[in-house]
Ligand binder design. Structure first.
Ligand code: ARG
Length: 596
């Protein structure tokens, strides 16, 4: 379906052309004076300069030419030369009816779907998820879903941090604790046990202990480096330990991500890219891109137009070891070979922007990916506490994601139980209350994050996020639940929702028209949000739509409406609003309960 704004622009442009003006002046935008009109066109102001006349002489002619157009109930020329436009309720009703009949509410899939890899989550194996991992998972999941909704072929990859010193540290610490394990016996040739020599909680204790030791004890650090080297060189016993670490840790990560309603298609990690490193390095050397600088192998990536210095991308350290950039480059080689993506989108802290600039430039320059592959880093800001500093636990430590989530769940449950007491008719079992609390808590957490522009820092304000009023996830859910309840009551009178898909009638009140105008924006908003990979635009839209719906609801008697056609039209609007809100929150990665 066309966008409402485009249809309006088209009509206005036609008249500009009829009157002998350039079509570019016919562009219409949403009014910035909603008290005066719904849409506006400022083209006459600009055209006046080209055609050397007073702007109102042009806008007068355009308004005159649109006078009898059925799309508008009024087009006014106002000095010095603005066009104030109000669409006709009949035309709008026709547009909204068409949306209501379409299962995608007028938002068409793209004609040429792209293959897109979204690299997000980025947890490090054997380390518990902490709040620093929240944004990558939450924003990445939404970016994945948005693009999928538009019809792209999207692959989500968790890109585990499973390579490097942390693995050597764990192996070294494990050997100190349990030297008798067969994994450490170099002469052992048999099969290794299938059961892991540690549990997840042991593993989560092993890593920080080892990490601390390595900073205080140089001998331990050297051991860990050696173990890392041997692991990367393929030592059998260490490989077997690595596999155990992966299994135990990934199972735990999956459980955590499930609680966040985050789901990956690929569980690949940095280690999967290592086999691609030697050939990649060879190619970069042979083709003259890589050269030695202070012993390290580097590729220059600076460009003439740079306004700040972009240092060379380091491919191998002087001891021949891989780095973060090596792994990301080799991962691109692997992705090109396995998936031929048209685009790769990375969700990582904004502070990593230099790293991605170097990697992207190096990949293009050395030709390891095709020239037209789009590489995009969505860098996100920090989640801060109310003091404006990075969010911490009460005693100043890094908060585990699990703790954060269970805290919010708990708070939400208390709120639900309180509400239950107030409204005696809303009976839910303890289990229902718990599940409902979880759903609302997730919406609070995700919406609190996603409603901010990704690149900006934001303040994690639990009290505000869980409020049922204001620009919050729970408010959106509350609005959906309200609609569900009206629809259930409507059905309980013996009427069918399917019949109510009938035509939407022209609006009779301002609040109804406002709702319809808001609904009509859906396809434009979704397309725009996806083009900019910006979930916060969807949040802003559903907040506006929920407000418009609640305004309409408070001013309209829906269930007691006696005119059957009118009532059906109201129900059709309700179904459409609910459909759009549910689609949007699904794209954001959360869903609404039945009651709350
Ligand atoms: N594991 C990394 C970290 O914790 C994030 C990985 C981001 N993705 C990437 N392909 N570099 O910082």
């Amino acid at each position: 379906m066309n966008k409402l704004m485009d249809l309006i622009s088209e009509e206005v442009t036609k008249v500009f052309v009829q009157e002998g003006y350039d079509p570019k002046y016919g562009k219409v935008t949403v009014s910035n004076r909603p008290d005066l009109c719904e849409f506006q066109c400022n083209g006459a102001m600009a055209a006046a300069k080209e055609y050397k006349c007073a702007p109102f002489m042009i806008s007068d002619k355009i308004a005159e030419g649109l006078k009898d157009n059925e799309m508008f109930s009024s087009v006014e020329s106002v000095k010095p030369g603005f066009l104030n436009i109000i669409v006709s309720p009949e035309f709008l009703a026709g547009f909204v009816s068409d949306m209501a009949k379409d299962e995608r509410f007028g938002c068409e899939k793209v004609e040429n779907p792209k293959t897109i890899i979204v690299d997000y989550g980025g947890p490090n194996v054997a380390k518990p998820l902490h709040v620093g991992h929240l944004r990558s998972a939450v924003i990445g999941e939404s970016v994945k879903r948005m693009n999928r909704y538009m019809g792209h072929n999207v692959i989500g990859d968790v890109h585990l941090g499973d390579w490097g010193l942390q693995m050597g540290l764990i192996i070294t610490e494990l050997r100190e604790r349990k030297p008798e394990l067969v994994y450490f016996d170099e002469n052992y040739e048999g099969e290794y046990p299938t059961e892991a020599p540690f549990t997840i909680s042991e593993l989560e204790d092993i890593y920080p202990t080892a990490s601390k030791k390595s900073k205080e004890d140089e001998a331990f650090r050297q051991e860990a480096l050696k173990a890392t080297n041997e692991l990367q060189g393929g030592r059998r016993g260490y490989r077997a330990v690595l596999e155990h670490i992966m299994n135990v840790s990934v199972a735990d990560l999956k459980r955590n991500y499930e609680n966040l309603n985050v789901e990956f298609d690929l569980w690949k990690g940095e280690s999967d890219a290592q086999p691609y490193v030697p050939a990649m390095v060879q190619k970069m050397k042979e083709e003259g891109f890589a050269y030695l600088s202070d012993g390290a192998l580097v590729v220059d990536v600076s460009e003439e137009s740079d306004t700040k210095e972009i240092p060379p991308c380091i491919i191998l350290k002087s001891d021949g070891a891989s780095l973060y950039s090596t792994t990301d480059l080799a991962t691109l080689v692997m992705r090109e070979e396995e998936n031929h993506p048209d685009q790769v989108i990375y969700l990582a802290d904004a502070r990593q922007s230099m790293h991605f600039t170097q990697v992207f430039r190096c990949a293009k320059k050395t030709g390891i990916v095709p020239e037209d592959m789009e590489l995009l880093h969505i860098g996100f800001g920090t989640m801060n506490g109310k003091d404006g500093k990075p969010f911490k636990t009460r005693d100043g430590g890094v908060m585990r994601l699990e703790t954060l989530i269970s805290d919010i769940n708990q708070k939400m449950l208390e709120k639900i139980l309180e509400n239950q007491k107030e409204k005696e008719n809303l009976e839910m079992s303890q289990e229902e209350c718990e599940n409902t609390a979880k759903m609302i808590a997730l919406a609070a957490l995700k919406y609190g994050d996603l409603s901010n522009q990704a690149s900006k820092d934001y303040v994690f304000d639990l009290e505000r996020f869980i409020s049922f009023e204001g620009n919050t996830g729970p408010y959106i859910l509350y609005t959906i639940v309200r609609m569900k309840s009206i629809l259930a009551k409507y059905e309980a009178t013996g009427k069918s929702l399917a019949d109510a898909k009938a035509a939407v009638l022209a609006s009779e009140s301002d609040s109804q028209k406002e709702l319809m105008l808001s609904l009509a924006k859906f396809n434009g908003v979704m397309e725009g949000a996806v083009a900019e990979q910006a979930p916060h635009k969807i949040c802003a839209y559903i907040y506006e739509l929920a407000n418009a719906f609640n305004g309409f609801y408070h001013g309209t008697k829906i269930l007691s409406e006696e005119d059957d056609r009118q009532q059906k039209s109201y129900i059709a609007l309700l179904l459409l609003t609910k459909g759009i809100l549910e689609t949007c929150i699904d794209v954001l990665g959360f869903s609404a309960p039945e009651k709350m």
